[in-house]
Design a protein. Structure first.
Length: 367
């Protein structure tokens, strides 16, 4: 995730420059914590990459934002003498429960560790999870532990097999979008169908049980079942801040009301994720691709983003709603006659209406 950063202060405030990563802000907060509390920063034990530290010395506004966020954290917890550490690169141990489903990703949910407070940072745009087949399956069954009665429902029985058609890392000879458009690759076609089924079936289960949906969101935020609720890798607080550090909110993932707010706002996506293949530091032109489930939230009111090279596949059910709302008043009769036609393909509906709308997908949730 990248965030617009600042380079220096002008008479009107900081001037915008290139983008910083969320991880850079984590480092800025750790630096700010030490500065605010008169502590000497030991770079070797801080968890901060030396290259990031050097880069941040030129990012005065980012450092100032780090100081402000660190100040808000100290005000909330009152632990100014505690050690602060950037934790995102720490080694984590998965629970046996998580490993049962073949999941291997050990990236901590905790971004910053201050004393015994385990914090996940969200600045600007945010994504709760983007897990492959094994990671998504483990999250599914973690949420199910809080709603065991769901196992008897037809929605569960349908959703239980929803990840079976997902692809794990597979090599494509080139970019995936033209392959999808051509429609003659059986592996890609089958995965596309599985993505659509996943959004339908998992979405239906979310509708069936608000408790399950909240548990799914909580696990995606915290990693309690993934690492164990007492693990330093499992986040217990969400630190939500503006890029300049002027607005900071700290929410507990144990707060049911907060988790419900996130669960109600999150957007479910099943899609492909890709990465260019590199051999001996040279790009080959080939791309690895795999299926993921994303839970995404918009922390910037009114902001929308497309998926550029990161998202491929069928448009989700929400796009149909957007189209209907825009043309309902003028084309209600047309929509009625074309509804069954539209269900088979959004593209066909566009062709039928003789228009190709500019479509943006709300990618993130507001924290």
């Amino acid at each position: 995730m990248t965030i617009t950063s600042f380079t220096d202060w002008t008479k009107d405030g900081p001037s915008l420059t290139e983008a910083l990563k969320a991880e850079d802000y984590e480092a800025a907060i750790v630096i700010g914590w030490h500065k605010n509390n008169g502590k000497k920063l030991d770079l070797a034990t801080s968890g901060i990459n030396p290259g990031v530290y050097k880069m941040l010395q030129k990012e005065k506004a980012a450092l100032r934002a780090g100081e402000l966020i660190a100040k808000a954290i100290a005000k909330r917890f009152g632990n100014k003498n505690a050690k602060a550490e950037q934790y995102g690169r720490a080694k984590s141990k998965l629970t046996s429960f998580w490993q049962t489903y073949g999941a291997t990703d050990t990236t901590p949910k905790t971004d910053i560790l201050i004393g015994n407070k385990r914090l996940s940072l969200k600045i600007g745009m945010a994504q709760l999870m983007s897990g492959g087949k094994a990671e998504s399956t483990a999250t599914f069954y973690a949420a199910l532990k809080s709603t065991p009665a769901l196992k008897k429902s037809p929605e569960f029985k349908q959703a239980n097999k929803t990840f079976d058609g997902f692809v794990t890392s597979t090599l494509a000879p080139g970019k995936l979008r033209p392959i999808i458009k051509k429609g003659d690759n059986p592996v890609v076609n089958a995965a596309e169908a599985a993505h659509k089924d996943c959004m339908r079936d998992l979405g239906a289960l979310f509708e069936k049980s608000a408790k399950f949906k909240i548990a799914f969101a909580r696990e995606a935020m915290s990693g309690y079942m993934k690492y164990g609720s007492a693990s330093n890798s499992a986040a217990e607080f969400m630190v939500v801040a503006s890029a300049d550090g002027s607005k900071v909110k700290i929410e507990s993932v144990d707060d049911d009301a907060y988790c419900k707010k996130i669960a109600d706002a999150m957007k479910l996506q099943a899609r492909f994720k890709t990465s260019g293949r590199v051999v001996k530091k040279q790009k080959t032109g080939e791309y690895n691709f795999w299926s993921v489930v994303s839970l995404i939230v918009d922390s910037m009111a009114g902001q929308k983003e497309d998926y550029s090279n990161e998202w491929y596949g069928n448009l989700d059910e929400g796009i149909i709603d957007v189209i209907k709302n825009k043309v309902k008043s003028l084309f209600s009769r047309v929509i009625a006659k074309a509804s069954s036609f539209a269900k088979s393909s959004v593209n066909r509906l566009m062709k039928f209406l003789g228009a190709i709308p500019e479509v943006s997908v709300k990618r993130f949730i507001k924290f």
